[in-house]
Design a protein around this ligand. Structure first.
Ligand SMILES: [Zn+2]
Length: 162
């Protein structure tokens, strides 16, 4: 009887561990996805800005490459962020639960997952994310969330102070 009680306790604890792990996984996946969404919205705003700038400069006969180079560089950075962010979201979504590994403790909004990789073989992960989580601030124009190094607001397209 004692054994049965202990086994039931262990089963309950294990179920709770798993539920915590699942909730944590969903949270990290959602958090990373939200960052990707912000990048993609900024990308759209950036492309609009580039188009407007090119047309305006061309209209004035001043189509110079320098401002365009700066925008193109930011666009490249965004593309890399989006690609690695999506890969990480995919990776988080396909994580499998390993009993006894404990709930995942990543609390900083998607910091690179160590995962329960020691105990069992895992599918190859995408290369480690080269970009770090960026802080955000409210857009001075519309108040929506903008990452600190963004050139433009992803919501309203306003140029951000340097
Ligand atoms: Zn804005």
């Amino acid at each position: 009887m004692q054994d049965f009680v202990e086994a039931a306790k262990r089963a309950a604890a294990s179920a709770a561990d798993r539920a915590t792990w699942e909730a944590n996984r969903m949270r990290r996946s959602g958090s990373r996805q939200r960052e990707v969404d912000l990048s993609q919205r900024e990308r759209t705003a950036l492309l609009e800005q580039i188009g407007t700038m090119v047309l305006d400069l061309e209209h004035r006969g001043q189509l110079a490459p320098d401002p365009l180079v700066a925008l193109a560089r930011r666009l490249r950075t965004l593309d890399a962020e989006i690609a690695s962010g999506l890969a990480e979201v995919q990776s988080i979504r396909t994580e499998t639960y390993t009993p006894g590994a404990g709930p995942h403790s990543g609390t900083s909004g998607g910091s690179s997952a160590k995962g329960p990789s020691a105990a069992r073989p895992q599918p190859p992960r995408p290369a480690a994310r080269p970009v770090t989580i960026e802080a955000e601030h409210p857009c001075p124009s519309c108040g929506k969330s903008v990452r600190d190094n963004a050139a433009f607001c992803p919501s309203c397209g306003a140029r951000q102070p340097a």
